[in-house]
Design a protein around this ligand. Structure first.
Ligand code: FES
Length: 99
């Protein structure tokens, strides 16, 4: 029987996914936290409103766009979780600030 050593287990951090606390292994991405939370969708498309969840997990598909700590249009798969991070779904298109 496999017995894991407590010191071998990864540390966890607590994040809020759509307001729900979720424990996530340290070093995981915000997209992984979303999948662990079991959300039905993280964003909807601007044109048809189709639901989307993280897909490629490597910064290619943009299906993981989310609001992270109040900042919209973040690729959740490219952001490492931090304790207390707030990850929220994003609906439709967001305004882009002019530079
Ligand atoms: S899951 Fe594809 S870009 Fe993030």
């Amino acid at each position: 029987m496999y017995m894991s050593r407590p010191e071998a287990r990864p540390a966890h951090v607590e994040v809020l996914v759509d307001g729900t606390p979720v424990l996530v292994p340290e070093g995981a991405s915000a997209a992984a936290a979303v999948l662990m939370a079991g959300l039905p969708a993280l964003r909807s498309t601007p044109i048809t409103g189709a639901p989307r969840l993280p897909y490629c997990m490597m910064g290619v598909c943009f299906d993981c766009l989310a609001e992270i700590n109040g900042v919209p249009n973040r690729q959740a798969c490219m952001v490492t979780v931090e304790a207390g991070m707030r990850i929220a779904p994003q609906r439709g298109a967001r305004a882009v600030e002019p530079r």
